[in-house]
Design a protein around this ligand. Structure first.
Ligand SMILES: [Fe+2]
Length: 382
């Protein structure tokens, strides 16, 4: 790490820059000392002094050795996951557990499932999510529920709903998305248990039987529960993939409905990060890397971007755009609010000397877009 001094105009000052020289007020008294970290208020006072330029510290780094950092940061991500749980409101937790217990009574109750009951539960979930979007961070790890299909259904529903909120869907659309997501795998009830629960690799014939759950599910949603086609199609199309290698109809890109695309991402992410009979779970960090690696081939890239922003796991080295217009690279640590190294300013000019912003200390600054294409290419070329 090398520390230098750089002169910047006061209008280019940004939070988290560090003063390299003291700043004096009009009476010659020290207003801010050397070494002080700037924030929005301090910048405002400096600008009010009519001071044209200021010296700030410039810290340059060696390029990131991303590969060697992956495992170290995977464990940091997991540690921070525990911290994130503590910021969820108790009321939200209680609400979520009620929703889960109602799910136990309804979905497992076979023929007595009523569309109205599903809608009522989804409506409550939407209410809880709109009160506190961070509910997903708590619910996405509902390992306390033994039944995988049940906990997976609830998780996929919540993940899909929060993604829907991030995508700006209306309440009416969220109702359809949530209802379909909650029972997207209901057709599995009609798949022979010995095939569905088989711990070993499925034969081609068995895999074809499992694939039928999309057709069965669609029939239950459309004919038994009388859901509209947008909702019922979630059960039918949630295994379709962008490259046409999904099932049951091998649809591609624009032919796959958006609700099915959202549920596909939530479904795979939760399946990867939950414990299942036939394979061990991966941590969230590697779950995110999987989504990135399969963005565009399997999943809609724009939905993957929203999904990653929503769950707040930003891989080290990922280029992001901030709401200030600056472009930076994720450096580490805090999942929701990582440290970002700014490499380009809001005019797209590459900075000769990097500086860093800790988003945790600057709550007004946030990530608004991700350049996962570039991250994916870099990983592929290694
Ligand atoms: Fe499925």
């Amino acid at each position: 790490m090398i520390t230098n001094k750089r002169q910047v105009t006061s209008k280019d000052l940004k939070p988290d820059m560090i003063l390299a020289e003291p700043i004096y007020d009009i009476d010659g008294k020290t207003l801010f000392s050397e070494g002080l970290r700037l924030n929005v208020k301090r910048i405002e006072r400096i600008r009010n002094l009519d001071k044209n330029t200021v010296f700030i510290e410039e810290i340059s780094y060696e390029p990131i050795k991303e590969k060697s950092m992956v495992h170290e940061h995977a464990s940091i991500f997991e540690k921070n996951a525990a911290k994130r749980k503590s910021i969820i409101l108790n009321e939200t937790r209680t609400e979520a557990s009620h929703v889960v217990s109602e799910m136990l009574d309804t979905v497992l109750d076979g023929n007595s499932i009523k569309a109205e009951k599903i809608k009522k539960i989804v409506e409550r979930m939407i209410g809880a999510i709109l009160l506190d979007e961070r509910v997903v961070l708590n619910l996405s790890n509902l390992s306390a529920i033994d039944d995988y299909l049940l906990s997976h259904s609830v998780n996929v529903c919540v993940l899909s709903l929060v993604a829907g909120v991030y995508l700006g869907l209306t309440q009416a659309k969220l109702m359809k998305l949530g209802s379909g997501a909650l029972i997207h795998d209901i057709g599995k009830m009609l798949v022979p248990q010995e095939v569905y629960n088989k711990p070993d690799k499925l034969s081609d014939e068995e895999f074809k039987i499992v694939q039928q759950h999309t057709i069965y599910g669609h029939k239950i949603l459309r004919d038994t529960l009388k859901f509209d086609s947008e909702t019922a199609n979630i059960a039918l199309f949630h295994h379709e993939r962008m490259d046409g290698l999904g099932y049951p109809h091998k649809l591609t890109k624009h032919d796959i409905p958006i609700f099915a695309k959202i549920v596909a991402v939530a479904d795979v992410f939760d399946a990867l990060t939950s414990k299942r009979i036939y394979c061990d779970k991966v941590d969230y960090y590697h779950g995110v890397l999987y989504l990135i690696e399969h963005a565009d081939t399997q999943f809609d890239i724009e939905i993957v971007k929203k999904f990653i922003t929503m769950i707040g796991y930003y891989p080290i080295g990922l280029y992001v755009k901030l709401n200030t217009g600056d472009i930076g690279q994720v450096m580490s640590k805090n999942m929701l609010c990582p440290v970002v190294r700014i490499v380009k300013d809001s005019n797209g000019q590459t900075l000769q000397n990097y500086y860093e912003i800790d988003l945790y200390k600057n709550p007004g600054i946030s990530i608004i877009d991700l350049n996962i294409e570039e991250f994916k290419n870099r990983r592929a070329s290694k």
